[in-house]
Design a protein around this ligand. Structure first.
Ligand SMILES: [Zn+2]
Length: 215
């Protein structure tokens, strides 16, 4: 790295602390896309490799005609994040991204906020249930989540409870990463995949926009 490497204001999604990153490399290439008629194409794109001045870790952004022209570097492509959870209500999205935001800053706070993601999901899917444990059980009984996800959710709930009430409760980075993985699987299962399926069926011409039943 040379002393005149460009530095830019760009919050780091990996440590969520530093806001200055150094541009290590800029390269022109392309991105592949598929239009609404199913025809594939290639669009010129610029790839930018950053190193965070705080945690020193690497990120890659891609900018093309598909990105907001006001954004200088486009969107983060690496590390990949679940930044599109369409299909989920605003309450679930807010809870999820609040947990994500704190993930690399406080493991205890993350465990507590991860439990709040479950609360938001429970209020969305089972608004009549008296508590989170009952709501998760109802989701499993209804077949809306498979048993292994119900089991994972139970552990996230208990882990969040312990983090909130026991100051000595041990939490490490592995716990956080595993909770993060299972939350992503859960949200994909409940919201992202059904929305994608609906879109898929629209493209296949076999469903109306508001149809939700799978025959
Ligand atoms: Zn960083």
């Amino acid at each position: 790295m040379t002393s005149d490497s460009k530095k830019t204001f760009l919050p780091c999604s990996r440590c969520n602390i530093a806001t200055i990153q150094t541009v290590l490399c800029v390269a022109d290439s392309d991105v592949e896309y598929m239009d609404a008629d199913g025809h594939s194409g290639i669009e010129p794109a610029t790839y930018t490799l950053f190193r965070c001045d705080g945690c020193t870790r690497i990120s890659i952004y891609i900018h093309s005609a598909f990105n907001n022209p006001q954004s200088e570097f486009g969107e983060q492509a690496f590390p990949k994040t679940l930044n599109d959870i369409r299909g989920a209500p605003t309450t679930v999205q807010q809870a999820y991204f609040q947990a994500k935001y704190i993930k690399n800053t406080s493991q205890v706070a993350y465990a507590i906020l991860a439990r709040r993601v479950l609360d938001a999901i429970a209020q969305d899917k089972c608004p009549g249930e008296r508590n989170l444990a009952q709501a998760l059980q109802t989701l499993a009984i209804r077949g809306e989540i498979p048993s292994f996800l119900a089991d994972a959710m139970k552990h996230i709930r208990l882990f969040g409870n312990a983090a909130a009430h026991d100051a000595a409760f041990p939490i490490n980075g592995i716990h956080v990463e595993m909770i993060d993985s299972f939350l992503e699987i859960l949200i994909t299962h409940l919201y992202v995949a059904p929305a994608a399926l609906q879109e898929f069926k629209l493209f296949l011409g076999i469903a109306k926009e508001n149809e939700s039943d799978i025959q």
